[in-house]
Design a protein around this ligand. Sequence first.
Ligand SMILES: [Zn+2]
Length: 161
Amino acid sequence: MKKVTMYTGNPCSFCAAAKALLKTKNVEIEEIDIWADPANAKEMLQRTKKQKEIMFNEGTERPFSSDLLRESRKGFYHCANCGNKLFASTSKFDSGTGWPSFSEALPGAFKTKIDYKFGMKRTEYHCAKCGAHHGHVFNDGPTKSGKRFCNNGLCLIFRPE
Ligand SMILES: [Zn+2]
């Protein structure tokens, strides 16, 4: 049986399908020390606590609640579960939705799945390495990629360069 830390919060109105999806997965939960760097340990532990709250208390990340909305430094966004590198800071933009948004993901970062919850056809995406749900991707992005990755901030850890 695979061991992962799973996050089942539905961070936006488009992400409720994630909970149902992840509940079907039979995995054992463990905490993974993602960063050996002590400078990041404190932040990581705080995030883990919040993530558990979402996971076990049916919590939801409210719009405009993520600290990452204000993050503008150069660096990379990693999966908070497994550390997989997902987005470069150069792809981040302010979508106005209240959730961290990106115009493109790093190659191979995610796998996608179509869902039809709420009578809408949407593309859910999850970490290609650990399977953790991150958000939905839409085709109304403002840049040439045309994509808008709407991501749960609590699923991400930013590492400046
Ligand atoms: Zn991951």
